[in-house]
Design a protein around this ligand. Sequence first.
Ligand SMILES: [Zn+2]
Length: 288
Amino acid sequence: MAKSRWFSKPAGRNGTTVSNMPEGLWVKCPRCAEIHFAKDIERNLRICTKCDYHYRLHANERIALTVDDGSFNKIDDHVVSRDPLGFPGYPDKLARAMSSTGLTDAVVCGEATIDGRRCIVSAADFDFLGGSMGSAVGERLVRSMELSVEKRLPFVLFTANGGGARMFEGLLSLMQMAKTSAGLARMERAAVPYIVVLTDPTMAGVYASYASLGDIILAEPGALIGFAGRRVGNQDMGMKLPDDFQSSEFQFRCGMIDQIVHRRDIRNTLSTLLMLFAEEDANAQASA
Ligand SMILES: [Zn+2]
């Protein structure tokens, strides 16, 4: 396979290329324990060639996989979290996350095209403090939503927020749940579509707000998706939970996800959805 357009190392990164894949010649699949050449997994879109396990992607890799080459214009990268509560150690954690990921917070936003169709795209990065939602993440997402409404462009969002709300920012972090939900309500009133793709992991306050509010909700196979963790669920309900509890497949069975889409097919699926939405919007505008 020629040099992959998907996974050329993103500019500005100085760390590993896959968040849960150690660097080296060999990698061991966390699901099936098969040992692979790292290059083979890289060439296979970071998917295990034996069991189809989807390794996590960095935000910049996710965007590169999804949008047309050279079409991504990053926005609001200057919106950063501060330390409003004086939480011990938080400034150092922020600085380390910035240094190790090359990002300024846990979500990257911008305008781009997918198969030539314009949209606003955001992707979260688990390696930035677990992808947790602080004030800057919430503010960036709401600005993306407002830009979607202003330009009448669909908003495509990839989640990867295992941390949920960011505890170091306390209530200011929790209020991002309401703020992003209000932003999506404005999108709904303006009839601008919101497509969310849930990737591993999507948990807690993020799942309880914008991650579960998509007009279309897609998910990668085998992703961890839910609110509280399995141990909390076991304790709360006092019953043994299904083996695939809080997986994409479990949530799909429960009606919480519209479609599970293999990483290889996500770009084409988004392209089709954007085409359908564009046709619908054109018809609506014409008849208005
Ligand atoms: Zn595997």
